[in-house]
Structures are given as structure tokens and as C-alpha cells.
Ligand binder design. Structure first.
Ligand code: GDP
Length: 408
């Protein structure tokens, strides 16, 4: 069975925790896109693990984890991450593989990334790790894939510095390559999780272009870049927070206004620990944008939503969610492509009553306060999508499952 887990907002929805939770029942976890610019935080028995490249299932001792075709991989960053895991008792040898079609990030890309960002009159807010350049060169057909590392002929156009870098990592990289398509075909009866990076609104095609990542973070990416065909996807899960966050620049219609919502933003940032895993940058925060969430559900065929960070609202007497936009005086109920429209969209907000009690310790949907259930029902109706899992804390066991995604 093949389940795809993607972010349904602008990333940082808590995919890492959800994939880690679901990985308990999976045999193989494939991350299909992104590079070391993404980051997941997983909390395990008071220990916090920040992962950037390695799929979340790695913390289980027996799971196979695969870096998929759509990923762009800096060998130095991968080595550092695997060494960190090893030093903390996670034995990864023999169960971490890389699609031999995945691309390599070379040191020069970082410099080019920074130079391009400086030239933009409106910076995108890239992490400067050369990820966008790797994707760009891939599209130009000048990239280097893992398979190419072992074929000297493919390296002749590289400059001396890049060739020396590859020569340095070549032997170490020999332990990882697999033909992902063949591997998954051989394991076609396994339970496989496909983990997306970033979120649907940061996808190169479906996101808020140009303020997006350079890779595919939509569900279709699992097929194109995860080694299976689209009809082999059994289920798509969209992870979203009770509110919205965004890192970097770009339109964000429900972003809190510092003048009158500054205290609320500070509270959510502090309670939800909304600081980037990779960069440490404070994340921009705002109310849940249901217009954007419904769009994400439609464009990704999301079968079921996973609501996270519901506990962050525990102490609020009331809160709001955006159900439409007003753009130049007109009521808009769809998610626009125009950056001008998104930047000028005023959110039309619906108010919800808070539950004003701790959700921690509740283990079933029935134990949730009526106000939390009302919020959940409203989101389900608005998006026409069921919410089968609810996360009420960062620990693995702080997860309420209404229906296991592994049940067809
Ligand atoms: P990802 O990139 O989507 O995996 O998200 P991140 O790992 O960047 O951010 C999610 C953060 O929220 C991590 O620090 C998680 O430990 C934490 N987290 C995940 N789910 C919950 C939740 O339900 N409640 C709270 N309070 N924190 C959560």
C-alpha cells in the first residue's frame, strides 16, 4: 500500500511528526523531493532530532529509508546528518538508500544561489544552500545525478573544484545508490510512505510562484519523483496546522498584523515553537486560511487531512479562520494565481469559540471539547475532506487517530 504525506500549507505543518508516527506500520519510507533546505523536527523520549535530508522513518531501527529521485543532495550535508544520527545511537548502515536519479548539490551552487538572490528586487527568501540552483541546472540538463558520479565521462564539463568535490565523496557515496523504480516494484506488497518536503503552496507549479521552492511538493511529485506511477498511489494525506505559518517572502493573506495582532503572533510563535529548523528564522504566523487549504485539497486529491498544533489554541477564548477574500472590494472564494491579488487579499474571517483547557492527555476524538470538535467539523465541511488524524502535541503519542490511513 502506498500512502503519500504532503504539507497542505506553506510547509512546517508537522509532516515529520506524522510520517514518524505512521512509519511505525510502514516498511519503507521514501522522501520524494527537496534538499537540505527543508527540515523536520521529531521528538522522541525527550530527545529532539532535526532532520534535513534523511526521511523521518530513520529513527525506527528496522525501517528502510530512501532519498528519492526528486531530491537534490549535498553529500557533505548528508554525511553530517548521518554522523549526527550515529553519534546519538541511531544505526542507519544498510538501510538508507538514494535513488541513483537524484541530483547532487555541488559547493559552487551555494555561491550562485546567494548571488541570484541578491540581484532580485524582491528576494524570494531562499536558504542559500544551492537547492534552487541544483533544480535549475537539472532543468537545463546540466545537473549531476548520483548515477553520474560514477561515470567520468559525465563529469568532464565540471570545473576542477567540483570534480575534486565529487572525487572526495565518490567512495562514500557507493553504499547508497538504488534504481528506485525497480526497488519499489520488487517490494510492491510493502507498506510504503512517501514523504513530501515543504508544502503544497510552495510547489513550483501549484504554489504561490515565484515565492515557492524549486521542487515538486505536491502529491503528484510522489509519483513523478518517488519511483511509482500515479495510479499506484492509494491515499494522499494533507497535513495542516490549526493556524498558518510561512517562512521567507511571498503573499500570506491571513498573516497577523503587528499593529493589532502582535501579541497574538508572539504567543503563537512561542507556544508553537515557530522558528525554522534549518535557518532558525522566526516564522510568519496567521490564522488558518481555509480558501488556501481547500485549494490544496483539490489540487492534490487529498483523501484525508491531518490537523496538527491544535493544542497551540488551548488558552485562547476565541480565534478566527479565513473563509473568503476581499480583493479590490470583490468577494473571492477561490485561491488566486495572481500575486497582486494574493497580496491585496483581505481575509474574510469567521470567529470560533475557544475551548480554554488543555488537550494534552486526550487520546480519542470523543474526549475533545465540543469547541474543538466544532472547529474540526467546520473545516471538514468547508474543504469537503475528512480529518482522520489530530495532533495535540509534538510527541509521538500525542496523536488522535479517528481512522488509520492504513485502512483502505
Ligand atoms: P515539518 O517540516 O512539516 O515536519 O514541520 P517542522 O518539523 O518544521 O515543524 C513542526 C514542529 O512542530 C516541530 O517542532 C514538531 O515537533 C512540532 N509539532 C508537530 N506536531 C505538533 C502538534 O500537534 N503540537 C505542537 N505543539 N507541536 C507540534
Amino acid at each position: 500500500m502506498n500512502i503519500v504525506v504532503i504539507g497542505a500549507q506553506w510547509g512546517d505543518e508537522g509532516k515529520g511528526k506524522i510520517v514518524d508516527y505512521l512509519a511505525g506500520d510502514a516498511q519503507i519510507i521514501v522522501r520524494f523531493s527537496g534538499g537540505a533546505n527543508a527540515g523536520h523536527t521529531i521528538v522522541l523520549k525527550d530527545e529532539q532530532f532535526a532532520l534535513h535530508l534523511v526521511p523521518s522513518g530513520v529513527l525506527y531501527p528496522d525501517k528502510i529509508v530512501i532519498l528519492g529521485t526528486g531530491m537534490v543532495i549535498d553529500p557533505e550535508a548528508l554525511h553530517a546528518e548521518l554522523s549526527m544520527l550515529e553519534s546519538r545511537g541511531i544505526n542507519w548502515q544498510g538501510r538508507v538508500f538514494i535513488s541513483d536519479r537524484a541530483h547532487i548539490v555541488l559547493p559552487k551552487y551555494r555561491q550562485i544561489d546567494k548571488e541570484m538572490e541578491e540581484k532580485r528586487n524582491k528576494p524570494i527568501g531562499t536558504t542559500g544552500r544551492g537547492i534552487g540552483i541544483a533544480y535549475g541546472l537539472k532543468a537545463f540538463r546540466d545537473g549531476i545525478r548520483l548515477a553520474d558520479v560514477f561515470e567520468d565521462e559525465r563529469l568532464v564539463n565540471l570545473d576542477a573544484e567540483d570534480r575534486a568535490f565529487i572525487a572526495h565523496w565518490k567512495d562514500w557515496l557507493k553504499q547508497f545508490p538504488i534504481n528506485l523504480v525497480d526497488y519499489l516494484d520488487k517490494h510492491r506488497h510493502a507498506y510504503v510512505l512517501f514523504e513530501g518536503a515543504q508544502g503544497a503552496l510552495l510547489d513550483i507549479d501549484t504554489g504561490t510562484y515565484p515565492f515557492v521552492s524549486s521542487g515538486m511538493s505536491c502529491a503528484a511529485g510522489a509519483a513523478a519523483q518517488g519511483g511509482i506511477g500515479p495510479r499506484s498511489i492509494d491515499k494522499v494525506l494533507g497535513v495542516f496546522k490549526a493556524y498558518t505559518t510561512r517562512v521567507g517572502n511571498g503573499p500570506f493573506p491571513t498573516e497577523f498584523n503587528p499593529e493589532n495582532q502582535g501579541a497574538l503572533e508572539d504567543y503563537i510563535r512561542k507556544t508553537g515553537r515557530e522558528y525554522g529548523v534549518t535557518t532558525g528564522r522566526p516564522r510568519r504566523c496567521g490564522y488558518l486560511d481555509l480558501v488556501a487549504l481547500r485549494y490544496a485539497c483539490r489540487v492534490n486529491s487529498i483523501d484525508t487531512l491531518v490537523l496538527t498544533h491544535l493544542d497551540v489554541y488551548d488558552t485562547l477564548p476565541s480565534f478566527e479562520a479565513c473563509i473568503a477574500y476581499k480583493i479590490d472590494g470583490k468577494l473571492i472564494e477561490h485561491f488566486p494565481s495572481s500575486i497582486y491579488e494574493l497580496e491585496h487579499a483581505e481575509p474574510v474571517l469567521r470567529k470560533f469559540k475557544g475551548w480554554e483547557c488543555e488537550l494534552k492527555g486526550r487520546s480519542s476524538y470523543d474526549e475533545l471539547p465540543i469547541e474543538a470538535k466544532d472547529y474540526i467539523s467546520f473545516i471538514e465541511e468547508y474543504t469537503e475532506t475528512s480529518i482522520d488524524m489530530i495532533s495535540i502535541g509534538y510527541e509521538r503519542n500525542e496523536t488522535i487517530v479517528r481512522k488509520s490511513p492504513w485502512i483502505r
